[in-house]
Design a protein around this ligand. Structure first.
Ligand code: G
Ligand code: G
Ligand code: MN
Ligand code: NA
Length: 253
């Protein structure tokens, strides 16, 4: 069992790593963003995926220092890439519900943007519908983040509850269509219909549509045909450590 103490020690010992998965602009075909995804490089157990420790970190409150480490590391990485001469990319970071409701979140993000000299539009925060159950608190946090100039993306769209009233009432920049809808969207009539409907709705609301979990060329062609703005998935690349991703930038540019 992974205990609270182990996670705390891992934070102190710097055993967490960020992997990055590219996001492709489907109009230009170029990488214009990456999503940061945390992994635990355990000295004995090897690479541990986030589903095995994020829920514990969330329950125990350790997600607050962990989440701050993720934000800081991701923003510093983005600054390093800009300094290395790559065309600037949007860095996406997943927030957890406890982070979103933490009264100091906006201050922490502001301080990190300042320390990394990262223009706020190059940071995007991914939240899910299930995190917005306490509507007033979620709205306050999201408005505070938008005032800083960072972008907000609605992750796993379509899998939560009452998506439409969140879209109506929350200032959202992007919708990420959940990968369960992208899967077989070329052969499954229901998925195809739902994906087209979400893209169309997003555009009418002046929101960008992002497809996650693209695994085949056919899925990519379908999404391009239906004017989806951005795409992410194993077809382009799995999440990679930064030193491997850099080669990929060279390859794509
Ligand atoms: O990385 P994977 O590819 O296994 O991600 C699994 C889940 O863990 C996803 O739901 C993802 O949003 C979540 N996750 C990955 N990294 C982070 C992180 O830094 N913070 C939070 N809160 N969730 C993360
Ligand atoms: O919940 P969230 O969207 O933040 O997490 C994305 C998750 O999906 C991560 O675990 C990531 O590794 C995974 N992922 C990214 N691209 C693909 C893909 O093309 N196929 C599958 N099966 N998973 C993917
Ligand atoms: Mn995400
Ligand atoms: Na998702």
């Amino acid at each position: 069992i992974l205990l609270q103490e182990e996670i705390r020690n891992a934070l102190e010992r710097n055993e967490f790593r960020l992997y990055y998965q590219p996001k492709v602009n489907l109009e230009t075909g170029k990488i214009d963003g990456v999503e940061a995804l945390i992994r635990w490089e355990h000295p004995e157990k090897g690479l541990i995926p986030p589903i095995e420790f994020i829920p514990i970190a969330e329950e125990t409150g350790l997600i607050i220092p962990m989440g701050e480490w993720v934000l800081r590391t991701a923003c510093f990485q983005n600054r390093k890439w800009i300094n290395a001469g790559f065309s600037p990319m949007v860095m996406s970071v997943n927030l957890s519900v406890r982070q979103l409701y933490h009264p100091n979140l906006v201050n922490v993000v502001r301080e990190i943007l300042k320390a990394t000299e990262l223009p706020p539009e190059y940071l995007e925060l991914e939240i899910t519908e299930s995190m917005m159950m306490d509507k007033d608190r979620a709205l306050e946090a999201i408005k505070g983040l938008r005032r800083l100039g960072v972008q907000i993306s609605l992750d796993d769209f379509g899998t939560g509850y009452s998506s439409l009233h969140y879209l109506r009432d929350f200032p959202i920049d992007k919708i990420k269509i959940d990968q369960s809808f992208i899967r077989n969207c070329t052969s499954d009539f229901n998925n195809a219909t739902i994906v087209k409907m979400i893209i169309s709705m997003a555009h009418h609301l002046k929101i960008k549509a992002v497809a996650e979990g693209i695994e085949t060329k056919d899925e990519l062609i379908f999404l391009q045909k239906n004017s989806c703005n951005h795409g992410q998935g194993y077809f382009f690349s799995r999440p990679l450590p930064p030193e491997e991703l850099i080669q990929y930038f060279h390859f794509i540019e």
